[in-house]
Design a protein around this ligand. Structure first.
Ligand SMILES: *Cc1c(COP(=O)(O)O)cnc(C)c1O
Length: 962
């Protein structure tokens, strides 16, 4: 009998097998693609694209690639260095039970986590319904008129509330009053954000100071409700005082508490912010969680973040879309009101589903239990002879622990419990949904002296009254909409979640060819660690020795990202690209100030830049000067030179994107950097396009001083439908001292904290760690080169149908290409938007629409797509071009054709009467879809104008929904 030849052991063990799973293009595919492009080899292609002057001098020093199983095992051993103690720290982070049906079908489900931001409304109806639920939940619980679809964290939300107030009120004062009873990390971020804007932050530490500050001039005041240490107070009189000064009253409120407490909206507040973390998102050492912002109706047009609104589609049916914006209502470049782009959509969906799952009664029951347990705990502590600092509480008690403080903390730790050290004299205990009777008994044991009889739960529980003052108990209803009162069986809940995700197109169905946004594979192995309890269930302010796993993760990931970028130092604290920009510009500003050059405040930004660039620059108090681009889409060097000379004495920074947002490797980038340095400025290289650079060129080597990365683009963190993200800020050696610190967590830094938690969205960092660990230096470089190969393949194959707008002299593009559709308006009336909508009929998410050039489509395939999928996309684009030809030659009228009527819903195609000049089959574009895999857009073209004229941002009243 013939035995199959035994392969040598070395061949059977393939530590880099993941690389071939991440990169969709095989060796044979690559050869075919190169022949289409007309290059002999991948090497030759890359050499003809990446300017020799910037090519990396040395390969990245990264550990060699390992398999998925090996990487998971290695990360598990790092994770296990975290100690998971039961947390009673509170301070904005609480234990929570993520309902299993939400954990598995939302948080761990690629239909939700691989979706993009819902700019293309028709294929995003499911997640926008969930976000409207989120907005309704927030407005109902806070008692405010309007809420957005998430903020990055509570601390930055409070800082954004401060600037929203400053823009909106009559008061001309520059004083912002902050109650010392706010969470310390919130106060810290507010200080960071206020300083460059010349806002004077007055933090009061007692009632007397607070009253005095409110009696003096101020444009806004912030209070925490319940206070960080637990007490509950009626805020109405304070709001009146602020209003008497023509200012705005801001409240940071706990949503679970608001199910039982009189909401801030009934106490005269103008803006309410907070976190939704305890609605089902694990603490994750600080993030990701969705924060929220709600405000009075008059402020809605300057509300930061995204707002989902209800409009109608072409057929007159209700449909959701992002309100008040073509892209971002608030990122109006240098006139921006905020720089938030990526927010926290996935955690917002989880929180909204938690409210749908529990409903108003369920939420109230959870809150009542927490409040009752807190009251029981209080009685027991008092019976043990301890003094509580306040009489009122929802979930937090502050114990006057005196000289025993540290001993009590240590005893609690020995019993696997973390309490909060408030000061040398007192500590706080916060309960949550996960607290049990046993926990309370254990807490009493900690506080009991040896030999002292332990209280029993039974002694107090009968007739226990919560410590909420009667006049502050909630009387108004909330979450009365049927969506919060229907899906309470698990079957019903499962089907609701499934029904919503079925409406949407995410990466789990087809390619999302979004230029600048890098929608690449988010491998399942990369996702698995984020819900490991060792990463998920730790508090960001737990003692440092319990967070050793995160410390190792942070150190390794920073070292690897330094290798990838060529920079000397990195902070992972910023929780989106925009926040990385902010932190980076803050570092530049602090650097200049440290050299007595604080007057340097001019920031040059090319006109093609992403909107967050000028928005971030104005937030650090810099003056933005826009520079031109030339006809080839490159930075106009002559204009840049002239502006550098004109502003030489005051030049702070130049912000460029590389390769450019036009998809080209500019050959003069080194000269550009040198020029800026000659004038004493620093170069900010926006790293959103790092997918064209990793392993090939490094901004820290070719002249950049600062960059942010988008780990949710280049390094595989999924987009989550619009967040979470991670935006590390990377700097050269002399700027390292100016990276953000985090005093609340005991971390020194040159500038203050930019996020609520020291590691920002810590719990998603394992994703990027896994990616780099499984790819190694060769794999990452291979990925970059394949991304460039695929973009050039698409550009080449579509050249006769849609010319690529910008290319280098030899006709090549970088990792993305801008397809020029501007001529079609003249010949057919077709706009790029029509092609974007028509692609939905073919089952594709549109490329980036009209950025950075109006009426174009920017395509970025990434390395993860297979040749088959690239061809399917190209063929769909060509089929659409053929349809445009039928409009051009008069076969179809300009206003009635498959493009103008796209996308086509199944219902619209099945109507008895069909009055269009093309067939139903053509309308469905059924020829180009995979067999039996047709995606049916759930709504027709959404009317944006109608929705903005009739702004409506909460759940659709029943009856109008069908
Ligand atoms: C995505 C992007 C940003 C902003 O990043 P966020 O994470 O969304 O805040 C900035 N610049 C460019 C070029 C981008 O593509």
């Amino acid at each position: 009998m013939l035995m199959p030849a035994v392969k040598p052991l070395g061949e059977l063990e393939n530590p880099s097998e993941f690389i071939a799973r991440h990169i969709g293009v095989s060796e044979a595919d690559e050869a075919h693609m190169l022949s289409v492009i007309g290059e002999a080899s991948r090497r030759a292609l890359i050499d003809s694209i990446v300017p020799r002057s910037i090519a990396r001098s040395v390969v990245m020093d990264l550990p060699p690639a390992v398999t998925e199983a090996a990487a998971l095992a290695e990360l598990k051993s790092i994770a296990s260095q975290n100690q998971v103690l039961k947390s009673f720290i509170g301070q904005g982070y609480h234990g929570t039970h993520t309902p299993g049906v939400i954990l598995r079908n939302v948080l761990e489900n690629p239909a939700w986590y691989t979706a993009y931001t819902p700019y293309q409304a028709e294929i995003s109806q499911g997640r926008m319904e969930a976000l409207v639920n989120f907005q309704t939940m927030v407005t109902d619980l806070t008692g405010m008129a309007i809420a957005n679809a998430s903020m990055l964290d509570e601390a930055t939300a409070a800082a954004e509330a401060m600037t929203l107030a400053m823009r909106s009120v009559k008061s001309k004062s520059k004083v912002f009053v902050v109650s010392g009873y706010c969470h310390p990390q919130t106060i810290e971020v507010i200080r960071t954000r206020a300083a460059p804007l010349g806002i004077e932050v007055v933090v009061t530490t007692n009632a007397e100071q607070w009253n005095a500050a409110l009696a003096a001039e101020h444009f806004a005041a912030l209070a925490q409700y319940p206070a960080s240490m637990g007490s509950i107070e009626d805020l109405s009189a304070y709001a009146d005082q602020t209003h008497a000064r023509s200012g705005a009253f801001i409240v940071a409120a706990d949503l679970l508490a608001l199910t039982l407490l009189k909401p801030p909206g009934e106490m005269g507040s103008d803006i309410v912010v907070g976190t939704t973390q305890r609605f089902g998102m694990p603490m994750g050492a600080g993030g990701p969680h969705a924060a929220y912002m709600a405000c009075r109706d008059e402020y809605k047009r300057s509300l930061p973040g995204r707002l989902v609104g209800v409009s109608v589609d072409k057929h007159g049916n209700p449909a959701y879309r992002l309100a008040l914006q073509t892209r971002e209502q608030h990122i109006r470049r240098e006139k921006a009101t905020s720089n938030i782009c990526t927010a926290q959509v996935l955690p917002a969906v989880v929180a909204s589903m938690y409210a749908v799952y529990h409903g108003p009664q369920g939420l109230k029951r959870i809150a009542q239990r927490v409040a009752a347990y807190t009251a029981v705990l209080a009685q027991g502590l008092q019976s043990l002879g301890h003094t509580l600092r306040k009489r009122t509480a929802f979930d937090t008690l502050c114990v006057l622990s005196g000289p025993q403080t540290d001993a009590l903390l240590a005893r609690a730790r020995a019993a696997d419990m973390n309490l909060r050290r408030v000061c040398a004299e007192s500590l706080a205990i916060t309960l949550d949904e996960t607290t049990t009777r046993e926990d309370i008994a254990k807490l009493w044991s900690v506080f009991a002296n040896d030999g002292q009889a332990r209280p029993t739960f039974e002694a107090f529980e009968k007739g226990i009254e919560p410590l909420i003052p009667t006049e502050l108990r909630r009387t108004s209803d909330f979450l009365t909409h049927p969506v919060f009162n229907t899906h309470h069986s698990e079957t019903g809940m499962l089907r609701y979640i499934r029904a919503l995700s079925d409406k949407d197109l995410a990466l789990d169905r087809s390619m999302i060819p979004l230029g600048s946004c890098t929608m690449k594979l988010n491998a399942t192995s990369e996702m698995i660690p984020i819900t490991w309890p060792e990463f998920a269930n730790v508090h960001p302010f737990a003692p440092a020795d319990q967070l050793q796993g995160y410390k190792v993760l942070d150190e390794q990931l920073r070292a690897w990202l330094c290798e990838a970028t060529g920079y000397a130092g990195i902070s992972l604290q910023p929780n989106a690209g925009s926040q990385g920009e902010y932190a980076g510009l803050l570092a530049i500003k602090a650097f200049h100030a440290s050299r007595d050059e604080a007057h340097r405040n001019i920031c040059l930004i090319p006109s093609s830049a992403h909107g967050t660039n000028p928005a971030s620059a104005q937030m650090v108090g810099m003056t933005v000067v826009v520079t031109k681009c030339d006809d080839n889409g490159n930075v106009d060097m002559a204009d840049l030179k002239a502006k550098c000379e004109q502003h030489s004495a005051n030049l702070a920074a130049v912000m460029i994107t590389y390769p450019s947002t036009h998809g080209v490797f500019e050959t003069t980038v080194k000269e550009l950097c040198a020029l800026v340095h000659e004038h004493g400025g620093r170069v900010y290289v926006d790293g959103a396009n790092m997918n064209a650079l990793v392993g090939v060129a490094a901004p820290g080597e070719f002249g950049g001083d600062v960059s942010h990365l988008n780990l949710h683009k280049t390094f595989c963190i999924p987009h989550g439908g619009g967040g979470p993200g991670v935006g590390p800020v990377c700097v050269v050696e002399d700027l390292v001292p100016f990276l953000p610190g985090h005093e609340t967590a005991g971390i020194r830094g040159g500038v203050g904290a930019v996020s609520a938690a020291p590691l920002g969205n810590a719990a998603v960092l394992p994703i990027s760690w896994m990616y780099i660990r499984m790819m190694g230096a060769d794999g990452l470089k291979h990925a970059t080169e394949t991304a460039i190969l695929s973009a050039n393949y698409i550009s080449k194959r579509l050249a006769d149908h849609y010319p690529t707008l910008y290319a280098s002299a030899n006709g090549h593009v970088a990792h993305e290409c801008i397809l020029d559709l501007r001529g079609l308006k003249e010949t057919s009336g077709v706009m790029a938007e029509d092609v974007a909508k028509r692609l939905m009929d073919h089952g594709f998410h549109a490329p980036t629409l009209s950025f950075p050039v109006a009426n174009t489509l920017m395509v970025e395939p990434t390395e993860s797509e297979t040749l088959e999928e690239l061809d399917r996309f190209i063929d769909a684009m060509i089929a659409i071009r053929e349809e445009i030809r039928l409009i051009e030659n008069g076969t179809w009228p300009q206003d009635d054709n498959p493009l103008k009527n796209a996308p086509h819903t199944a219902v619209s195609l099945m109507k008895a009467e069909w009055l269009h000049p093309y067939s139903r089959e053509d309308g469905a574009a059924s020829t180009s879809t995979r067999a039996n895999a047709k995606y049916w857009p759930p709504v027709g073209r959404v009317d944006n104008v109608y929705g903005d004229r009739n702004l409506f941002c909460s759940c659709v009243p029943v009856g109008e929904a069908e």
